[in-house]
Write a protein that binds this ligand. Structure first.
Ligand SMILES: [Zn+2]
Length: 394
């Protein structure tokens, strides 16, 4: 365990430096960013394979911070998030800069509330909380198991959710931990457990049917948002799953969709990106070559061959790096490429049922007292603190 001090803003007070907040431009690469800001490109070229891959993961539109000296000319530090857990930290060291991956300091807040239905869950949640992403997360979680059109005025909904705050501001998508819809006094529950949603009996409610992008291959590296590497003594992330296989092994589209990118992408080598329904996107990297005709704009069917396993980009051997994203955020593909829904069994089921009892009680209590939600605007104000500290496992 060590304490990591994110001294970014504190420093700015002591040294009278300037902190700028900006949005990562569409189509900007990390390499271009360095060049554009007069930082040495060797910073990128000296990175190892994993860090180079992560540099391709910076999402357009993400908020990053840059701190300069008081004249605004010398860049002292830069913080660029690559997902909800990790960020690139560039720190000036004499004439050059140090590159490191550090955890994003955040606080988690949990809130429980209940509101009566007036118009629709989506509109009512926004009205009560001013939190559009929360409304979106709620509707998304229930959409395959509940027909919202059957709700009537006066029906109730209750939500327990967590929100991450970074420097006092919400970031990422709020997570629904448990929720209840009461229609005609009859409850329908939903619980998040080990990152999947279940009904109160432990049956999984969501089942996104993506197929495996390759046959008969082994997994050589799994998905992780943040991991402390004990030997390298640094943070790593792997935002996809690696499937080892021979060069030339066919790669299949994981679902129907439109190719939005087919070309070279730095450390990822030859890449195809496919956009699917519901804000999903899949990424296939290190490809040996694309199948004929696979180019931007082309519509592909689930299971159609799009290319072949290779070792292009930063890669130590032939494999497919397969990434899955929802609204630009990386998800663990192994959670959704299963063909059947998962039912909880044995010990896991018993743990789930205990958890359900607890959460149900909280939801019912919220309905009874009509617990009012924290509004997003208040959340930001009350939790704003300038020198945020974070404990980091390591
Ligand atoms: Zn990979």
């Amino acid at each position: 365990m060590r304490i990591l001090l994110l001294v970014f803003l504190t420093l700015s007070i002591l040294q009278a430096s300037i902190v700028k907040k900006a949005s990562w431009p569409q189509g900007e690469s990390f390499l271009y960013f360095l060049e554009h800001h007069g930082m040495p490109q060797s910073l990128y070229w000296n990175l190892d394979k994993e860090d180079k891959e992560l540099c391709e993961e910076i999402q357009a539109g993400v908020t990053y911070y840059m701190m300069t000296d008081d004249t605004g000319t010398t860049i002292e530090q830069v913080l660029i998030p690559i997902n909800e857990e990790l960020q690139i930290h560039l720190k000036r060291d004499g004439d050059t800069y140090r590159f490191e991956m550090i955890p994003i300091a955040y606080k988690k807040v949990t809130d429980t509330f209940a509101i009566p239905i007036e118009h629709s869950p989506y509109q009512d949640i926004i009205k009560a909380t001013n939190n559009g992403l929360l409304a979106y997360a709620f509707v998304d979680a229930f959409k395959n198991s509940f027909d919202f059109t059957r709700l009537r005025k006066g029906d109730m909904l209750a939500i327990i959710y967590t929100e991450k705050l970074r420097l006092g501001r919400p970031f990422g998508i709020p997570k629904i931990e448990a929720a209840l819809i009461e229609r005609n006094r009859r409850p329908t529950y939903l619980f998040r457990f080990n990152d999947r949603y279940y009904d109160e009996k432990g049956r999984e409610i969501e089942g996104f049917l993506f197929r495996k992008p390759v046959n008969h291959v082994r997994i050589t590296s799994r998905f992780t948002l943040r991991r402390w590497h004990p030997i390298l003594k640094r943070y790593r992330a792997h935002l996809g799953v690696d499937f080892g296989g021979r060069t030339g092994t066919p790669i299949y589209a994981a679902a129907d969709g439109r190719i939005i990118f087919a070309g070279r992408l730095g450390g990822y080598g030859n890449v195809i990106k496919i956009r699917h329904r519901e804000g999903f996107m899949t990424l296939y990297a290190h490809m040996h070559k694309f199948r004929r005709g696979m180019k931007r704009g082309k519509y592909v069917k689930k299971g159609q061959v799009i290319g072949y396993i290779g070792s292009t980009g930063m890669s130590t051997g032939p494999h497919l790096h397969f990434g899955l994203y929802k609204n630009g955020r990386p998800l663990n593909p192994l959670g959704v490429i299963k063909v059947t829904k998962k039912s909880l069994r044995g010990k896991e089921r018993r743990a789930f049922l205990d958890y359900v009892k607890l959460m149900k009680k909280r939801l019912q209590e919220a309905v009874k007292v009509r617990a009012t939600p924290i509004r997003l605007d208040d959340l930001s104000r009350s939790n704003f603190c300038i020198n945020e500290k974070e404990r980091v496992e390591g």
